[in-house]
Design a protein around this ligand. Sequence first.
Ligand code: ZN
Length: 234
Amino acid sequence: MNSDFFFTLQSGEQIPIIIETRHGVRNVTLRPKTMPKKEIHVTKPWSTSTKFVLNFVESKQKWIEKIFNSVPSKEHVKPGDTVEFFGRNVLLKHDENIRSNKYLNTDKTTLCIGGGADMFERRVRDFIKSELLEEIKIIIKTTPREYWPKHISLRDTTSRWGSCSSTGNMSFSWRLAFAPYEVMRYVVMHELSHTKHMDHSPEFWATVSQLYGFGVERAKRWLAKNGQSLHKYF
Ligand SMILES: [Zn+2]
């Protein structure tokens, strides 16, 4: 979508304002979007002028700044970098002569990535994803079989850490790999509990506590406070 209007952040960065006129809406609504692109989406009634909309956006300046400033810019990873995943600081190395990626030590703190240099980042990501999938499966197997999903997949969603469909398919954000292990385990138990309760009723939370054990509130607080930082890489 093209935009003729921009909102300028204090940093100088220009955020496109996308205005959509809609039948049946009564108010101007403003949605700053940070993913996949930074944009400000506005819907307005036919009767509202563009000038009014732009003034309205301007009046929300503080709020808009706060939202865009809370999004870290993506960090790229390269050989020699240390990346924290599964609670470990892992040093990344590159060796184009090896075919498969492997840890160079038993405490899994040095990871050697094989293949061409141009594929390095992609292979780091794929490696982390496949490890996360294995970890999730291990966690699931600690629960009674009645909670097990039919299928699990990983996604790169920004709004949800996990989801569970009524047909027993479960998906998780691959970025949970960057969270502390216990936080990732909480998200898994949360979704598994949805196989019994599709809501967030007291019965649902009782099931979460039963599966997870003590510390549910702490894991929730961690995600609320630090969740955004899990998006910093790639
Ligand atoms: Zn839920």
